[in-house]
Each structure stands twice: as C-alpha cells, then as structure tokens.
Design a protein. Structure first.
Length: 155
C-alpha cells in the first residue's frame, strides 16, 4: 500500500459508521503522534487526535481519540470515539463509544454510551432524562390512541 499524507482512518470499518453514521471516511483535521497542543479547539466535522492536547474541544461533529493519545480537556462534541486517555468532563449530544484500551477520568454526559471490555472509567455517567421522558410520552400517546379505537388501554 502506498504511503499518503492523509491520516489513517480507524482500523475497523464500523468505526466510520459510528463516527458519522454515513460511512464517509473524511477527517477534517488531524493531530498526529508526537504533536502537543494547548488551547481551545473549535471545529465543524470530524477530527482525529493521536497526539497530546490540553484545553477544550467543542464541535457538533465527531472526535476520534486514537490509542496512545492523551487529552486533558473539557470535551463538548456530537459523538466521541475513544481508544486513548481523557482526563476531564465529556458532554456528547449523540453518544460515546469507548474502545479498549481507553481510560477516562472525569464525568460523562451523553444519551448513549457503549463501552468495550478493557476500558477503564473513573468518574460518573449521566444519561439525560429527556430520553426517558420521550419514551414515557410515547407509551402514554399509544395508550390514548388505542383507547379511542376500542383497544385495551395500557396500565
């Protein structure tokens, strides 16, 4: 395989679908191994970090943290896929996928969390109650609809 300047995409094909849901391999920015950043990172799209970063990360898009990467940051993203180490609080609006050997030290807030065996999580996990309320409202709505057509009502 020819060497290119383009950053590698994750080794497993399902990582792409998990990152954007489209299978599109585009990575908008890349912080490679041996690169250290300090500050605030605000971007659209997808970024992959294999180096070291300290500060804040903000995006509605996806953040991939590769194996060996170290982030000491407050993270606010749409979706997080992590195999590295993150120290700090994480908020994800779409979800978080933690792949071994990821290490997280801090709180997580996300509507969904998938964690492989071998991941180390030191902190708290909060799943927004909005999802619970949506489900309860759905059940109540279904019960009202069924009662109008003479079907049994759910208790």
């Amino acid at each position: 395989m020819a060497k290119t300047d383009t950053p590698r995409t994750p080794e497993r094909a399902d990582d792409q679908r998990d990152a954007e849901g489209t299978g599109d391999p585009a990575v908008n920015a890349y912080i490679g191994k041996g690169v250290a950043c300090n500050g605030r990172l605000i971007y659209d799209g997808t970024i992959r970090i294999d180096g070291t970063m300290e500060g804040e990360v903000h995006t509605a898009g996806s953040l991939w943290v590769g194996e060996g990467a170290v982030l000491t940051a407050q993270v606010h993203v749409g979706r997080l896929i992590c195999q590295g180490t993150i120290t700090g609080d994480i908020t994800a609006t779409d979800g978080i996928l933690l792949r071994a050997p990821a290490v997280l030290n801090g709180s997580i807030t996300a509507p969904s969390l998938v964690m492989e065996e071998g991941v180390l999580l030191n902190g708290t996990v909060t799943m927004p109650a909005q999802n619970v309320y949506d489900f309860v409202e759905y059940q109540a709505s279904a019960a009202r609809t069924e009662s109008r057509v003479g079907a049994p009502v759910l208790a």
